[in-house]
Design a protein around this ligand. Structure first.
Ligand SMILES: [Zn+2]
Length: 258
């Protein structure tokens, strides 16, 4: 009985974690793409700091620690809620923090080497890899009333899930590719000129892009049974957001360590 209970708890933990962030594959793709765009110097420094981790394998750390009481105060750092038609600057802020403020704070700490909010440089980089991914998931810049789609129940090939989880994991997992295969696929056509344009944008621009994209996530009307058609219409957006996140993460790390 005990093992049944602990299995249930483990399943529940995995369920809770994947409900609030790109799933494991998405975050690994972001780190893997970033790795391809790092300068030699930045790559050496970042990997020295991360020690046992690679960029692709450290991207899920912020989700793994979510259920630890020492880190629960960080749970609101994965997303931001902004009403339709409103800018972040004029919206009321979550006093516990949000993904925009968190990324901006990480950048300050990595540049000044003064770690106040984040434990140390290694932790700050791991948090950066994760949060730059999250902010590019359109429903992480969501509406408070449905918790970024978490309250929108849908069926995905007959399985009960919710809209947020569709975008975190289901649409990516449906591709049935490893993070490296997906990372190579989305990174193969990128030009240096495009990289430059994407890296010139700010954290708040990334949030604005997600906010603009999120309305399309709800384009199933009353038909809540999603499958091939929904996947076909949205896979390109998911791939674009993962690629942009990876390229921009590399841009930040190159700026700090290159
Ligand atoms: Zn997250």
């Amino acid at each position: 009985m005990k093992s049944v209970q602990s299995t249930f708890i483990v399943i529940l933990l995995i369920f809770c974690q994947t409900a609030l962030a790109w799933g494991p594959t998405g975050h690994r793709v972001v780190g893997y793409v970033a790795q391809q765009h790092l300068t030699k110097k930045a790559n050496k420094k970042v990997n020295e700091i991360l020690k046992f981790y690679s960029l692709e394998m450290c991207g899920n750390h912020m989700d793994f620690i979510k259920s630890d009481t020492n880190y629960m105060h960080m749970n609101s750092w994965h997303y931001v809620s902004i009403p339709d038609g409103m800018h972040y600057d004029e919206s009321s802020k979550n006093p516990k923090g949000d993904v925009i403020a968190t990324i901006e704070q990480i950048i300050i700490e990595l540049k000044t080497k003064e770690f106040n909010v984040f434990e140390n440089e290694e932790f700050a980089i791991m948090a950066l890899v994760h949060m730059v991914g999250d902010i590019h998931q359109p429903l992480h810049v969501g509406l408070a009333e449905d918790r970024g789609g978490n309250n929108v129940r849908v069926e995905w090939f007959g399985k009960r899930t919710n809209l947020h989880r569709m975008w975190d994991s289901e649409l990516i997992d449906h591709l049935n590719l490893s993070y490296r295969e997906l990372g190579d696929h989305i990174n193969r056509d990128i030009t240096p000129a495009q990289v430059k344009i994407w890296q010139k944008t700010s954290v708040r621009d990334w949030a604005k892009e997600s906010q603009k994209l999120r309305a399309a996530c709800y384009d199933f009307g009353d038909k809540k049974k999603l499958g091939y058609n929904y996947s076909f219409r949205h896979t390109k957006t998911i791939q674009l957001r993962l690629e942009q996140a990876g390229v921009r993460l590399a841009g930040l790390l190159n700026e700090i360590y290159g």
